[in-house]
Write a protein that binds this ligand. Structure first.
Ligand SMILES: *[C@@H]1O[C@H](CO)[C@@H](O)[C@H](O)[C@H]1NC(C)=O
Ligand SMILES: *[C@@H]1O[C@H](CO)[C@@H](O)[C@H](O)[C@H]1NC(C)=O
Ligand SMILES: *[C@@H]1O[C@H](CO)[C@@H](O)[C@H](O)[C@H]1NC(C)=O
Ligand SMILES: *[C@@H]1O[C@H](CO)[C@@H](O)[C@H](O)[C@H]1NC(C)=O
Ligand SMILES: *[C@@H]1O[C@H](CO)[C@@H](O)[C@H](O)[C@H]1NC(C)=O
Ligand SMILES: *[C@@H]1O[C@H](CO)[C@@H](O)[C@H](O)[C@H]1NC(C)=O
Ligand SMILES: *[C@@H]1O[C@H](CO)[C@@H](O)[C@H](O)[C@H]1NC(C)=O
Ligand SMILES: *[C@@H]1O[C@H](CO)[C@@H](O)[C@H](O)[C@H]1NC(C)=O
Ligand SMILES: *[C@@H]1O[C@H](CO)[C@@H](O)[C@H](O)[C@H]1NC(C)=O
Ligand SMILES: *[C@@H]1O[C@H](CO)[C@@H](O)[C@H](O)[C@H]1NC(C)=O
Ligand SMILES: CC(=O)N[C@H]1CO[C@H](CO)[C@@H](O)[C@@H]1O
Length: 711
């Protein structure tokens, strides 16, 4: 036994994993004062352009008409400032921003409006000193910053700084500058704490690791100071024109207060900077497993419920947007409350929202007609076309929402007559959808009864919601959607062949529920790999949408520079990897009950975890030679209870104190919170080279028990 110890102790320590262990993948900066990392391009005569990269004071002298494009290496955000040294009389210097390198321009920024581009910010420089625009010109996301000089004569720039967030003013500011507090993103976190993740993920595929962390970072950059939401300066103007059509640079600023509190989760960092409940359906679980920043979610949901009408109707989007209705986004607001409760366990919050929640559900129930399904009468959705009638996506989301309501109602001891009536309506939606919308000849659901279009959103959601009523249908949907993938990802045929990173997030879940984990991984590598590695992207945050031929044109918009490159709705892999591959699933109230059901899908190992208000959940899994779960160790907080499901595996679980529970049919129920290790009855022979994981599991457990005893 003793001879095992030197090898096994590090293994046991590795089990006590934490977010810090994989710190190198975190994209959030360690300080809020950011400087460029490289020079991307120089136009005209600029001496010493590169001296403005890094922290040190430099000297870049712009002589005559000239410009430098600086690269921050990843998408960042904040208020930019220029420290000016020697300057001739009457000089102008400007700054402009872009997320994608495609829109680098001396004329202005990329765009936030429906047409044209956003104007550059100009300073009339009369003396040395630091020049900073006013606070409402904080730019929500950019990777490239252009410094523009349009005058004859010369001007020296000594430093270029972006305050990613700033707790206290550190500049002598010459231009007007009301308050220098609480810059977005993550305005409510300490300046040096932006990398303090509560969750982590690691596996043997480096691209997948980068995807998980880019998802986490995308949601951080989409968490803003709610006083600087989108002012929608040109909403609805010049709707069908393109950059280059004679529409010059537009004015832009962000000064709409969109929620109460000191931080808010919005859909996109550059745009729209508003609360959108649909986006939250993907962003909220991703935040839960990475930063557990629940307050920004609660503030966002509160702002939506603050707009609820007396008849129960919730808004399409939050404060700042024109009042309008969407059947699906209304339901997503209800799902938001269910998610918030599930991940936080905050019963008081749920109680406070419950009457509004029921009113909202009752409103949706009023749209059920003779078919047994909801007749959608508002075309608003995630900007797909053809949303209306007995739509499969809307009815699947509806079915899911009603079931969330039943779960919440049971927690709150709601009248069982009411709950039973919900259950019966849900059952009818499901049977009607299968009777009227399943197209057996194609093996997919139709969008509605009168079309031959088989949408990505509705087919993914039918499986996610549990509307698909046989495993044969799930398999068929998984195969059918995978067969449509192109070189850049999964097309959303219901949006003119857009690739939707939002809807593809639900497609990932669908493949896992249909039992094809490797399909989910393949789609992540294909689509999210493209979104990270293509040179037109930011290599750090995920884009809102693009076209199925890989152009950065998102079908619903005419103005390509407007597309957001940091959209929380594109972060589906982050929660999917933790929930499905590491297999940590919260079933109730912050994880009071849980299920551990890992799957590898061809990965060799996965190590992931996160914390909720109840404590830490973690899972370390390695593959046996046949790809099944070969070894598993997990921890769940004490006082919680759950089950373990590893289909096809026989053996038992041993807790750190020696307690043992057998797997029956690949399952163990009523497992109490603690640290557990799987012993398989027979482990398919592990290959050479999987060293750390190939130790005999039973020996490992014995020694673990021994060490626990000695302790
Ligand atoms: C630099 O010059 C190129 C070529 O004229 C132009 O496309 C680009 O927009 C310029 N960059 C800046 C920041 O002015
Ligand atoms: C430089 O740009 C500023 C701001 O747009 C403008 O007021 C000024 O006239 C420009 N100067 C020249 C020489 O183009
Ligand atoms: C936002 O800024 C614009 C432009 O400066 C100004 O007209 C407007 O009053 C501001 N709104 C708020 C709420 O401060
Ligand atoms: C902030 O809370 C107050 C009081 O509940 C409410 O009237 C107001 O609409 C809220 N503001 C926003 C932006 O949600
Ligand atoms: C049915 O679906 C098709 C395809 O999405 C769409 O064109 C049509 O408008 C839909 N019908 C209704 C009533 O919305
Ligand atoms: C849905 O409701 C609209 C508006 O009441 C109606 O015109 C339409 O015929 C209904 N659609 C179906 C499929 O019943
Ligand atoms: C539950 O609701 C039903 C129908 O509204 C009502 O008749 C019944 O009295 C309620 N039961 C309780 C315990 O409130
Ligand atoms: C899983 O999906 C992949 C596509 O990623 C496909 O090649 C494979 O055949 C599917 N496996 C099963 C068992 O359906
Ligand atoms: C993208 O970022 C990763 C770190 O996340 C880095 O290793 C890689 O070099 C970057 N790729 C490019 C093309 O900049
Ligand atoms: C051993 O651990 C299990 C699981 O955590 C727990 O249910 C049990 O009470 C523990 N037994 C002792 C003796 O501590
Ligand atoms: C004591 C206890 O929690 N028993 C539960 C064990 O699991 C079954 C199935 O999930 C439950 O029905 C029991 O209540």
């Amino acid at each position: 036994m003793a001879s095992f110890l030197p090898k096994i102790i590090p293994l046991l320590l590795a089990t006590a994993a934490s977010a810090a262990q994989y710190e190198q993948y975190i994209l959030a900066p360690s300080s809020r004062s950011l400087h460029p990392v490289s020079v991307y391009n120089v136009n005209g005569t600029v001496n010493g352009a590169a001296s403005l990269t890094g922290d040190a004071i430099g000297s870049a002298t712009f002589d005559g008409v000239s410009a430098v494009t600086y690269d921050f290496g990843k998408n960042i955000a904040g208020l930019a400032s220029l420290q000016i040294g020697n300057v001739d009389e009457d000089e102008y210097i400007g700054i402009s921003f872009t997320e994608s390198s495609l829109w680098i321009s001396g004329e202005g920024c990329d765009a936030t409006a429906d047409a044209g581009i956003d104007e550059a910010l100009w300073f009339h420089v009369t003396d040395s000193g630091t020049y900073t625009p006013d606070r409402k010109h904080e730019r929500g996301a950019f990777r490239y910053l252009n410094v523009l000089h349009n005058t004859t004569g010369s001007i020296e720039v000594q430093q270029l700084t972006v305050e990613f967030t700033l707790a206290y003013p550190i500049f002598i500011v010459i231009e007007m500058n009301a308050d220098l507090k609480c810059f977005s993103p993550m305005p409510h976190w300490e300046d040096d704490a932006l990398r303090d993740y509560t969750g982590w993920f690691h596996c043997d595929d480096e691209l997948i690791n980068r995807v998980w962390y880019a998802g986490a970072y995308t949601n951080q950059i989409c968490t803003i100071n709610p006083e600087y939401g989108n002012a929608l300066v040109h909403l609805g103007e010049i709707e069908s024109t393109q950059k280059g059509d004679g529409f010059g640079p537009d004015t832009w600023w962000s000064n709409t207060t969109i929620t109460n509190g000191s931080s808010a989760l919005v859909d996109g960092a550059k745009r729209d900077r508003l609360v959108w409940a649909g986006d939250m359906a993907i962003a909220v679980p991703a935040i839960t497993v990475a930063t557990y920043d629940l307050i920004s979610i609660a503030n966002a949901l509160d702002s939506l419920f603050g707009l609820q009408k007396a008849n129960g109707q919730l808004p399409y989007a939050g404060v700042g947007f024109r009042p309008t209705y969407s059947a699906t986004y209304h339901l997503y607001s209800l799902i938001g409350v269910a998610d918030y409760y599930l991940y936080s366990g905050d019963l008081e919050y749920l109680q406070g929202k419950w009457d509004s929640w029921k009113l909202g559900l009752t409103f949706s129930l009023s749209f059920i007609d003779d078919s047994g399904m909801m007749n959608v009468t508002s075309s608003n959705d995630w900007l797909r076309f053809g949303m209306g009638g007995h739509n499969i996506e809307a009815n699947s989301i509806f079915y899911y929402t009603i079931n969330q309501g039943i779960m919440l109602g049971e927690v709150l001891g709601e009248n069982s007559t009411l709950i039973d009536s919900w259950a019966s309506k849900a059952a009818t939606i499901k049977s009607s959808a299968n009777n009227l919308l399943w197209d057996g000849s194609v093996g997919l659901y139709r969008d509605n009864e009168t079309t031959t279009l088989h949408p990505q959103d509705g087919n993914s959601w039918a499986v996610v919601a549990g509307v698909a009523d046989t495993s044969a249908k799930m398999t068929s949907i998984s195969e059918g959607l995978a067969a449509r993938w192109g070189p850049y990802g999964a097309p959303a045929v219901e949006a003119a062949d857009a690739v939707s990173p939002f809807i593809s997030g639900f497609e990932l879940q669908m493949h896992l529920l249909a039992g094809n984990a490797s399909a989910a991984l393949d789609l992540m590598r294909l689509q999210w790999g493209f979104m990270l590695d293509d040179p037109r992207m930011t290599n750090s945050t995920f884009i809102e949408g693009y076209s199925s031929d890989g152009r950065l044109h998102y079908a619903p918009y005419t103005n390509d520079p407007r597309v957001s490159h940091a959209h929380g709705w594109a972060t589906g892999p982050t929660s999917t990897l933790t929930f499905h591959f590491a297999g940590i699933k919260l079933l109730s109230a912050g994880g009071k009950t849980w299920e551990i059901s890992p799957t590898l899908g061809g990965l060799e190992n996965v190590d992931a975890g996160f914390s909720t208000n109840l404590g830490e959940f973690s899972s370390q899994v390695t593959a046996a030679d046949d790809g099944s779960v070969g070894s598993l160790q997990f921890t769940t907080p004490s006082g919680t209870m759950g089950s373990v499901r590893i289909p096809g595996v026989s053996g038992s679980l041993t807790s750190s104190n020696g307690t043992s529970v057998s797997l029956v049919g690949g399952m163990a129920r009523n497992v109490t919170g603690g640290a557990w290790t799987l012993q398989r009855n027979s482990v398919p022979q592990a290959a050479e080279g999987k060293a750390a994981n190939s130790l005999p599991v039973s020996a490992l457990t014995l020694v673990a028990g021994l060490i626990a005893l000695l302790w």
